[in-house]
Design a protein around this ligand. Structure first.
Ligand code: 26Y
Length: 822
């Protein structure tokens, strides 16, 4: 008999080769001779998708069973990064696929480079959602991610003449093989209009919402397979389309263009991701996006619950819904409306179900990122939801009055409505009240949440606010990003460390093994060489893999203080010019990150980095000792190249401002040492690696607060520190702007006269820490020892640990094993 492996599921090299040719012919419609690289990539992607299908459908079917409890992760952003590599790794088919391609004359890495990453997020919060989706699957937790299928994700960044230029991200233009649309599961979402009272058939007085406009949400599903398990969870992203009946109504009265126009405006809702990171804009379209995807998600969840044969008063037993910051917080009001208005449930029951369903994660304390919507905008778009918010607030204020005897300060700070001027709905208060648990994202941050923005909630509901420190997935950030290091780990501890990062701890002893250290250094050097080559191609700058790679990659923001890093570069430059024979470790400074298009200071910071680079890189007196590189278009794909190549990780935010940071974890896992403040998760990284392996500097949170309270004067630091003064003066006279003393004036004046993020106060301490890092790097043996200790102690920062904590403390869900049969 002939035993032919199924071309849709088989994983032998021969079957894979045949399946690839089949997809190229029947899906792409191409002969190999005329197929483009993208045709081959798509054929490969469909072939890999086939091999997930059984697991995916089995997982999905299982979740409809009434006894299965599901996590739903509601997030306006999912910064996924490429799927192909992750899917090959998690399915465990990378090797046979690589070989099958090779036998077809193709190179896997080459085809992987074809994938346009889905950049459906801004930065930390969106990337965290992606890591959590991966860990949920790997831990076999039934879960659905709900979000928006933006047609245009975060813009592509180009650097022209040192300035950022934004280019539309057309990630769908060559086709997206990973998603499957399910138009039969579309839902309808209303906007605007008015509410009315009526008496129902039981004689009960009810309210209903008569929207002025309706939009259809079409779900697009993407599989997220776990690492070497059968669980394949779904990321369900919604696309907005016109409701047909609206088109037809206009069409029937002969208004063809009007009908088409209504289609265009409906589709606007999921058109583009807002590129603002931690800076609200208050645009109506953004609230429309938030309500759109949350309403779609909740309607979908209700459908699933009813399908599993249960009543809505047990909705919270079926679902644990996580609010990724306040962006989906309008869901609190929408679930109330759906339960009460659409399904006839009593207020008290609905409120209990709602509170027990939701939990809220806070990701930032920055006042400019705290969402609030003016009553006119909110009520105009969501009149029924505003009534519900008022009613929730009315009942809550009664409770506050009882507990605090009319304390007006308590009432006004806890209220869901900000009444200090124009009235606003406070989304953090709505999320906090509508949830049974609230969490911050690092120990320090969670403490600050309790002491500052949610102080009164914490007092009223002790124990409701807790901490779950962020984590990142070691599958992407170690195995995929750093295959050489992963191979070393597997050689030493066997496989299994990717599911249990704590296993790496057993390697600590190797820190004192010169042979191992040599191997460690060789790996790092090879990766640095790869990045040096990339830098050469992308920027034309030549850098040496033997220099210290000092890296800061993250969104460009004043609180993250990329400009403090630049002040250090200028300090070194100045010193070398004064003293050309100075013995310092040669350094390559690498930056990457996007600035919000409307954030002028951040854009000027990019120009500042590139301008200083232009001078330093081309100064013959400096030679190869200092190089400054700005890598354009920093994204997940580029992050995978950069983290493994770093020696030094810059985590230099003003203490109290960075909620957690997750880049800090990715660097450290890959063997970089950290220079940083006591901020966010840096605190916990330092606790694990030890004070002696962390270059600490700067004021601590309490000192920052005290200094600001006592009247901070940056001018004093400028005048009392000649080195600092020299650096500032050099910028001020136009040295880095071809003599133009105006270019950086906004930046420098801000530092000298306001300096809200205390760069000048932290300057000397930062320089001293950098000097310690330089000296340390010159002892390569010792640096390797520290680097090893850093990397192998990062087990805590696996997102598996974070997700286990969410499961135990917040969601109360357990793993479910999915059968592969049928
Ligand atoms: C409201 C709108 C303008 C807005 C858009 C994006 C507000 C905030 C954000 C994004 C916030 C964000 O990314 N926060 C980051 O979350 C990470 C994951 O928890 C943290 O590691 C990081 O410190 C925090 O800045």
């Amino acid at each position: 008999t002939v035993d032919v492996e199924d071309d849709r599921t088989g994983i032998s090299v021969e079957t894979l080769r045949r399946a690839l040719a089949d997809h190229l012919f029947y899906i792409q419609g191409k002969w190999p001779e005329v197929a483009s690289k993208n045709d081959f990539y798509l054929a490969l992607a469909y072939m890999v998708r086939d091999r997930m299908m059984q697991r995916w459908l089995n997982s999905t079917r299982n979740y409809l069973r009434s006894e299965v409890r599901l996590v739903t992760y509601l997030s306006a952003e999912f910064l996924l990064g490429p799927h192909l590599g992750r899917n090959l790794l998690n399915l465990g088919i990378e090797e046979p696929v690589r070989q099958a391609l090779q036998e077809s004359g193709l190179d896997l890495n080459d085809l992987m480079a074809q994938e346009e990453e889905p950049g459906l997020g801004n930065g930390g919060l969106g990337r965290l959602a992606a890591c959590y989706m991966e860990s949920l699957s790997s831990l076999q937790i039934p879960a659905i991610g709900y979000g928006i299928r933006y047609e245009f994700g975060i813009f592509d960044q180009e650097i022209r003449d040192g300035w950022q230029v934004e280019i539309t991200d057309k990630w769908l233009q060559h086709g997206n093989p990973w998603e499957i649309a399910h138009p039969q599961e579309a839902v309808t979402v209303g906007f605007g209009g008015h509410t009315e009272g009526y008496t129902d058939s039981d004689g009960r007085f009810r309210k209903r919402w008569i929207p002025a406009k309706q939009v259809k949400g079409i779900p697009y599903d993407t599989p997220i397979p776990g690492y070497r398990v059968n669980t394949v969870n779904t990321l369900r992203l919604w696309k907005a389309e016109a409701v047909e009946s609206f088109d037809f109504q206009s069409f029937n009265v002969g208004n063809y263009y009007g009908a088409v126009n209504s289609k265009v405006t409906s589709e606007n809702i999921s058109k583009v991701l807002y590129p603002n990171d931690e800076q609200i804009e208050g645009k109506q379209l953004r609230l429309e996006q938030q309500f759109f995807f949350v309403s779609c998600a909740l309607q979908d969840m209700i459908r699933i619950h009813l399908t599993s044969g249960r009543q809505l008063d047990s909705f919270h037993e079926k679902f644990a819904a996580q609010l990724n910051d306040t962006h989906p917080a309008v869901g609190v009001a929408e679930l109330m409306r759906l339960l009460i208005d659409e399904h006839g449930i009593e207020w008290e029951t609905a409120w209990e179900v709602t509170q027990n369903t939701f939990a809220y994660t806070n990701h930032t304390l920055l006042p400019e990122a705290l969402e609030r919507w003016s009553l006119s905008l909110f009520g105009g778009l969501l009149p029924r939801h505003l009534e519900i918010v008022f009613e929730i607030n009315h009942r809550f204020m009664d409770q506050v009055r009882v507990q605090y005897l009319n304390d007006s300060a308590k009432l006004s700070s806890l209220s869901l409505i900000d009444e200090s001027g124009e009235r606003y709905v406070r989304m953090a208060n709505l999320a906090s009240l509508g949830s049974h648990a609230i969490n911050g994202v690092a120990e320090l941050h969670s403490e600050l949440v309790k002491q500052t923005i949610l102080k009164n909630f914490h007092e009223m509901f002790p124990g409701k606010i807790r901490n779950i420190t962020n984590g990142v997935t070691p599958r992407r950030w170690l195995a995929l990003a750093n295959p050489r290091l992963a191979a070393l780990y597997t050689e030493k501890v066997g496989d299994g460390w990717l599911q249990d990062m704590e296993k790496l701890r057993s390697l600590e002893g190797y820190a004192d093994d010169p042979g191992f250290r040599q191997h460690w250094r060789q790996i790092k050097r090879d990766i640095k060489q790869d990045l040096a080559t990339y830098i050469q191609t992308r920027t034309g700058i030549t850098v040496s893999p033997d220099s210290l790679f000092d890296v800061q990659v993250k969104r460009i923001h004043e609180y993250k203080r990329q400009h403090l890093n630049v002040l250090h570069i200028i300090t070194l430059y100045d010193r070398l010019r004064q003293n050309p024979n100075l013995d310092v470790a040669p350094r390559t400074f690498i930056f990457g990150g996007k600035a919000a298009p409307g954030y002028r200071m951040a854009k000027l910071m990019i120009k500042f980095i590139t301008a200083v680079g232009d001078v330093v890189n081309n100064d013959a007196a400096i030679g190869d000792r200092l190089k400054v590189v700005f890598l354009p278009d920093y994204n997940v794909t580029l992050g995978q190249r950069v983290y493994p190549a770093a020696d030094l990780s810059e985590q230099i935010s003003t203490a109290g401002k960075e909620a957690s940071g997750t880049g800090n974890m990715k660097f450290s896992m890959n063997g970089a040492l950290t220079i940083g403040t006591l901020d966010g998760a840096n605190v916990e990284i330092r606790e694990l690696v030890g004070d002696e392996n962390f270059f600490l500097f700067g004021l601590v949170t309490e000192e920052v607060m005290a200094l600001k309270a006592s009247g901070y004067n940056p001018w004093d630091y400028y005048h009392s520190n000649p080195q600092l003064k020299g650096v500032i003066d050099l910028v001020n006279c136009g040295y880095f702007a071809k003599g133009d003393s105006e270019l950086f004036k906004p930046l420098i004046d801000n530092l000298l006269h306001h300096d809200p993020y205390l760069l000048l106060a932290d300057y000397q301490s930062y320089i001293d820490a950098q000097d310690r890092a330089s000296t340390a790097y010159q002892d390569q043996e010792d640096w390797s020892r520290r680097s090893i200790i850093n990397a192998v102690r990062m087990g805590k920062f696996s997102s598996d640990r974070s997700i286990r904590e969410y499961c135990e403390q917040i969601w109360h869900v357990k793993p479910v094993q999915i059968e592969l049969k049928e």
